[in-house]
Ligand binder design. Structure first.
Ligand code: NAD
Ligand code: MLT
Length: 528
């Protein structure tokens, strides 16, 4: 398969994909038509922060299965648009945390001790020793905004240098802050008390300009460090606060527009130290994130679960082998149920019984939904199926029972209308590996799910199966297998046929013309 890489990543990642037999194309700094053309036939896309993965990009990539972000921040990827199109978005959230934390510490020292400014003066031939009076970090207060992976690592490092810690993060438990010896406070308090304020939040509508004029005014004499995302701190306001002496200095690694525009005021303010989005740029970090994202792209292309998928159900690799067969069974059961149902689907209920009920079944339920929605010609896969259900107002429920009557594990997909009508189809594995449909609308069957099937309801009377065989023969349809189930002697029976050819409407009409045939339904388990 084809994987397009539009921002530089370490060879370690490219090699993983090439060794697995994929065609890896690198095209850095491409945008507009060049990007749209490059991605037209790609199944995988790998980016860092330099590529904006917009709706237009996604629309130009009909084959795309996964967008992999070699790093943490995904603010350059339209995840909603990807989800709508069933494209997985995954990142590599662990690999560069230490590098980002170390750079933040370095930037804190750089600004508090004016290292770049002094360096430039000395290189220019000036011994300006008396002009630089730094701030000792020991004993000062560090305010951390966003106590996630990077924020925590920064807090640990600066704590060991004797700083007192306060933190603002409305989404964490107090215990996380306690473990670090940090006091969890409100944003205003954090800003008021911090001598050095360091931001480590993602860029979201909530964090955009989180630190602006009003917040900077409260930081009289302090320092601000931003190695998270441009946009979290208002850039003109920061430049002004440093220029007019409200702040002693600032250190910034990330900018609203990257590469930074030459007239950005941060570039022209003496006590603002800048680096060009370098926090993750260490050899070790780049190798980690490249290998991690390549592994995930590989998994997606091979239909395996993606460890850090942000918009798709993910599952532990070790549990996947136990759950995997039920993913297919659930999809099959969903496909059969919806094709036998004559009503509008208002609810999908997936019931897990026996051993499978012990597992994480999010992916199995998503697959059941895919099975239900696919015959309705809705463009779905396991990524967007839950979203499609929500958008269409279809209620989805999961039931788990730890005992399964007669079977080790049983998965039932029931489609319901809400008027009491429903159709349930149960599937299981025989001998741990052979998929079987074992119940259809309450009838016990033993059907091998396969490409084309016909399900008939008929009177349990002599000659009916013979009639069906004769009509099938007239239309040149080969019956590859059949299973007959009945309510009671002389009652109603259900027969499930595996057929090698599709069953035309005329054949079904001919069968239904016989008063002993109650209904016939032709089912396909593929997208034919
Ligand atoms: P994370 O998801 O582990 O942590 C983010 C934290 O921010 C979370 O604890 C979350 O609760 C908190 N948060 C969210 N909204 C908030 C709000 N409104 N106010 C306060 N806190 C809020 O992410 P991370 O891995 O620690 O990364 C942090 C940031 O650093 C991200 O923006 C990431 O993109 C960036 N980053 C930059 C570089 C770089 O090269 N400059 C490298 C790595 C990470
Ligand atoms: C990240 O979010 O991981 C960083 O921006 C690192 C990067 O890709 O440069």
């Amino acid at each position: 398969m084809k994987v397009l890489v539009t921002d530089p990543i370490a060879d370690a990642g490219l090699d993983v994909l090439r060794e697995a037999g994929h065609e890896v194309r690198t095209a850095y700094d491409v945008e507009g038509d060049a990007l749209y053309d490059g991605i037209a036939d790609a199944e995988g896309l790998i980016v860092r922060s330099g590529t904006d993965v917009t709706t237009d990009v996604l629309e130009s990539a009909p084959e795309l299965v996964i967008v992999g972000r070699a790093g943490i921040g995904t603010d350059n990827i339209d995840i909603e648009a990807a989800t709508d199109r069933g494209v997985i978005v995954a990142n590599a959230p662990e690999g560069n945390v230490r590098a980002a934390a170390e750079h933040t510490v370095a930037m804190t020292f750089a600004t508090a001790r004016s290292i770049p400014q002094a360096h430039a003066r000395l290189k220019g031939g000036e011994w300006a020793k008396s002009e630089f009076l730094g701030t000792e970090l020991n004993g000062k207060v560090l305010g951390v905004v966003g106590l996630g992976r990077v924020g925590q690592e920064v807090a640990r490092r600066l704590d060991s240098l004797g700083m007192e810690l306060v933190a603002y993060d409305p989404y964490i438990a107090e215990s996380r802050a306690d473990r670090l010896g940090a006091e969890l406070v409100e944003l205003e308090d954090c800003i008021d008390r911090a001598d050095v304020l360091t931001v480590h939040t993602p860029l979201t509508s909530e964090t955009e300009d989180l630190v602006s004029d009003a917040e900077l005014d409260r930081m009289e004499g302090g320092y601000l460090v931003n190695c998270a995302r441009g946009g979290v701190v208002d850039e003109p306001a920061l430049a002004e606060a440093v220029a007019d002496g409200t702040l002693q200095g600032a250190a910034v690694d990330v900018f609203g527009d990257e590469p930074i525009a030459p007239d950005n005021p941060l570039l022209h303010t003496e006590n603002v130290v800048v680096t060009p989005h370098l926090a993750a740029s260490t050899e070790a970090a780049q190798e980690h994130v490249a290998s991690s994202i390549a592994d995930q792209v590989l998994a997606a292309l091979e239909g395996r679960p993606v460890a850090n998928a942000l918009n798709a159900p993910s599952i532990d690799e070790s549990a996947f082998s136990r759950v995997r067969p039920y993913i297919d069974i659930a999809e099959t059961a969903g496909r059969i149920a919806v094709q036998l149902f004559d009503e509008r689907v208002a609810e999908v209920e997936v019931t897990y019984e026996g051993e499978i009920a012990e597992e994480d079944v999010e992916l199995v339920t998503a697959s059941a939904l895919k099975g239900v929605f696919r015959p309705l010609e809705w463009q779905v896969n396991a990524v967007n199926a839950p979203r499609v259900a929500e958008e269409r107002g279809i209620e989805v429920s999961e039931i788990k029972r730890h005992q399964a009557e007669d079977f080790q594990s049983l998965v039932t997909v029931a489609v319901k209308h809400g008027n009491g009508k429903e159709m349930g189809v149960c599937g299981t594995l025989f001998a741990g590996e052979d998929p079987r449909i074992v119940r259809v609308d309450g009838f016990r069957v033993d059907a091998i799910p396969g490409g084309r099937m016909m399900v008939t309801r008929n009177a349990d009377a002599p000659g009916v199966i013979g009639l069906i065989g004769t009509v099938m023969g007239e239309y040149d349809i080969n019956i590859a297998g059949m299973y007959n189930a009945r309510e009671a002697y002389s009652g109603e029976a259900m027969t499930v046929y595996n057929v090698d050819q599709s069953v035309p409407e005329e054949a079904r009409q001919e069968l239904e013309a016989d008063e002993r045939i109650i209904s016939t339904r032709y089912i396909t388990l593929s997208d034919e």
